[in-house]
Design a protein around this ligand. Structure first.
Ligand code: HAM
Length: 410
């Protein structure tokens, strides 16, 4: 009989403690930054009725037909593992529309499932920070969303040379279609899908396909639309200089009605968008006759991690304990736990290395795990109630009672 594989299901990840530390660090910066803008956290189940993604106005054909994990449950209901959070949050907003005091600012960090071809930056399960403002039609809400996305990068220690913000407007694109004499909705959809793929195609290939779909006279707008310029100007007033108009940013979802934007790494290794979003005025109309407008973005953990690693911004060892107690022999293991307990009660995070490795090895392991201090515990120390503490960063050693050492650490 062959053994079961230890690999996770294709395109999803296990989070061993090292990966979990990275994940937690990213989520902490995400949530702290969102909360610093006054966003409140919400959540929902990974399971949604499949209809939520098929409804007119919410659909993204590629996603619904090719990328969703959909199954029939034991009660014959069609169920989908959520591929994105926006339909869910629109459902939740519509459900409490009468009680909420708009504008509301909500954020969440859901895991999402898409049946994609796994590649750099794209997996079948990812986590995505979702931030959305509901109930404001003012353009400054769009500006605020981009400023929040920008601030997240700053809070990770990035600077403007490391990423770029690309902005467009679906409303402006619709005007451009009308001015170019293109009014058929199927044709508009297919041209929009083509523009969405522009940055993944060769220039000549794109031009040929555009001619075929839109005719020889059609070209992308040459000038920045007024509503996009207004946003770029406002961002500049907030000190954000790395945003520009890009007529090829249209976003794949049909619910967007106004501003659309994406953030990119300037490192060409990470060519996928890290973050994408925009304004959608009619999504809550699926659930209620009065619709509430929304504007927001989704920010993926996979592309975020690639970004932090490429630019050397990853903070390692974030969850290691401050102190490692190292018994010389198994006879001191229980005493080590008792001492650890006293340090913990004083507010120091501490672990015990009760392995049978030599002390030298214990010290080097602790150093590799970014532990700050080591306390080696032998028979003598236990008897005298005086301990010596080694600073693993600079090698300095001090001796004293537990209380004295706690004061030194804190
Ligand atoms: P999206 O462009 O599909 O937008 O996803 C947003 C971000 O999630 C992408 O830029 C990427 O970083 C990440 N992402 C998407 N799919 C994957 C994947 N298969 N693997 C790894 N990362 C991925 C939305 O989902 C919209 N609902 C966002 C939104 C919120 N719009 C308004 N509010």
């Amino acid at each position: 009989m062959s053994n079961l594989s230890t690999d996770p299901y294709k395109g999803v990840r296990d989070f061993y403690p090292d990966d979990m530390a990275v994940q937690r660090y990213m989520f902490d910066v995400w949530s702290q930054t969102a909360e610093s803008f006054g966003f409140e956290r919400y959540d929902a189940s990974v399971l949604e009725p499949a209809d939520l993604y098929k409804a007119k106005g919410a659909e993204n054909e590629e996603m619904v037909n090719e990328q969703t994990y959909t199954f029939t449950d034991r009660g014959d209901r069609e169920v989908t593992l959520r591929p994105e959070m926006t339909p869910t949050v629109a459902r939740m907003i519509a459900g409490k529309q009468r009680e909420l005091k708009f504008p509301v600012r909500w954020y969440s960090i859901p895991n999402l499932f898409r049946y994609e071809r796994a590649q750099r930056g794209r997996l079948r399960e990812h986590w995505q920070l979702n931030c959305d403002i509901f109930g404001s039609d003012d353009f400054t809400a769009d500006v605020e969303m981009i400023a929040l996305a920008y601030q997240i990068f700053m809070n990770f220690g990035a600077d403007e040379s490391m990423f770029g913000i690309k902005v467009n407007s679906r409303a402006a694109l619709d005007r451009h279609f009308a001015e170019s004499g293109i009014t058929d909705s199927e044709q508009i959809k297919s041209i929009t899908n083509l523009i969405d793929r522009k940055n993944k195609m060769e220039e000549a290939e794109f031009t040929a396909a555009l001619r075929e779909n839109a005719g020889t006279d059609f070209s992308l707008p040459a000038e920045t639309p007024v509503e996009v310029q207004q946003i770029l100007d406002a961002l500049r007033e907030l000190g954000i200089e790395n945003a520009e108009y890009d007529p090829a940013i249209v976003r794949g979802f049909s619910y967007y009605t106004g501003t659309v934007f994406e953030l990119f790494d300037t490192d060409p290794e990470n060519n996928r968008a890290m973050l994408g979003g925009g304004r959608y005025d009619n999504l809550t109309a699926l659930f209620s006759n009065e619709s509430v407008s929304g504007v927001g973005f989704g920010f993926g953990d996979v592309t975020m991690r690639n970004f932090l690693e490429s630019h050397n911004l990853m903070n390692a060892g974030l969850t290691s304990p401050t102190l490692m107690i190292m018994p010389m022999e198994a006879a001191q293991n229980l005493e080590a736990q008792k001492i650890a307990q006293q340090f913990r009660q004083a507010g120091v995070s501490v672990a015990v290395d009760m392995s049978d490795r030599k002390i030298g090895k214990k010290l080097s392991n602790a150093g590799e795990q970014f532990v700050d201090y080591a306390l080696v515990l032998g028979e003598d120390e236990v008897g005298q109630e005086s301990f010596s503490l080694k600073n693993l960063t600079d090698g300095e050693e001090i001796s004293g009672s537990i209380e004295e050492l706690v004061n030194k650490i804190l």
